[in-house]
Design a protein around this ligand. Sequence first.
Ligand SMILES: NC(=O)c1ccc[n+]([C@@H]2O[C@H](COP(=O)([O-])OP(=O)(O)OC[C@H]3O[C@@H](n4cnc5c(N)ncnc54)[C@H](O)[C@@H]3O)[C@@H](O)[C@H]2O)c1
Ligand SMILES: [Zn+2]
Length: 377
Amino acid sequence: MTAPLRQSEAATVRVALDARAYDIVIGRGLLASLGDRIKALRPGARVAIVSDETVAKLHLAATEASLNSSSIGSARIVVPSGEGSKSYATFEKICEAIIAERVERNDLIVALGGGVIGDLAGFAASSVRRGLDFVQVPTTLLAQVDSSVGGKTGINSSQGKNLIGAFHQPVLVITDTALLDTLPRREFRAGYAEVAKYGLLGDAAFFAWLEKNWQDVFAGSPAREHAIAVCCRAKAGIVARDERETGERALLNLGHTFGHALEAGCGFSDRLLHGEAVALGIALAFEFSSHKGLIAASEAARASAHLAAVGLPTHLKDVSGGAPSIDVLMDLIAQDKKVRRGTLTFILVRGIGRAFVENNVDVAEVRAFLTGKVSGA
Ligand SMILES: NC(=O)c1ccc[n+]([C@@H]2O[C@H](COP(=O)([O-])OP(=O)(O)OC[C@H]3O[C@@H](n4cnc5c(N)ncnc54)[C@H](O)[C@@H]3O)[C@@H](O)[C@H]2O)c1
Ligand SMILES: [Zn+2]
């Protein structure tokens, strides 16, 4: 993992997908170079920028200024902030706006926002005119280390999250870490759960580095760029080896089976953000691995201690308003898309940095484990 820290210069991570390969460029203040980079990539292209209301107020003017200074014409499509926009209605609005703006096959969509905008704009790009190219400009920590990389795009169905969508890789990702300076601390912290996840699933040295340096990652350069680059390199490697999640990519779901159930049980509300649910889910996945005798209790305690130190929830009692009941959680876990033929698939660990896919987890064992947690065992 860890190349020594240098002063903030842009780092480039290549996602090696043959004809669909692309670069993730990471650095502080990179937004100013967006116009030049688009001009070099796609001379003569026009751009439609998709953003949400919050991000548009903060960062749309600078985005347009960068495009303008490279003589690139742009249209803006702004939708309400929040998960509610990953809907058929907003998807339709974006597609119609792209068509109305006469965006053609050689033009580009720019997704300026967090994971919601990346998923939505990416899915619209995959669909309009049977596929337009798009550029990700992620503005949350979660989007910079996770959702902007790997080409999963989509919207929510009334029957579940992310059930309508497509694999559609961006042609470029511009990760300007200065955009995170305006992100509310709670959102930054929630995104950090995914950062820690990369260490915990496959890179023990990175996790040890985070234990020492997390405060600098929160504070800014150059530790922040370093951490984001390590995460993008890890995800890029996994995506290049398993784009369609037939194997290794599932490791990125560490903490997400418990996490999704907790998130859904809280109604996808402010009570528990996605990253907070993931932190608690990771703590539970480590404790469950210890319960199954795969790791020492002290290893699980070390993983939880770091997440708790940054202020993330690691116990069911940390959920504001109380965690959902065991019955509700078990129903939600059973509905999760990772269920196959009655047994559950979990990402478990043989140590920090040593996650693996376990396809044969017994439902009763999970229930007994969670019951023990609730009764404080
Ligand atoms: N495609 C993937 O591989 C993938 C992976 C993980 C998550 N996701 C999806 O990502 C979504 C969550 O993403 P998210 O956590 O980025 O949420 P988000 O996009 O809703 O952003 C969170 C909040 O922060 C605001 N915001 C964004 N950037 C800001 C900035 N720079 N300054 C101030 N405020 C800012 C937004 O307006 C929003 O209110 C979920 O829908 C999830 O399903 C997708
Ligand atoms: Zn996640």
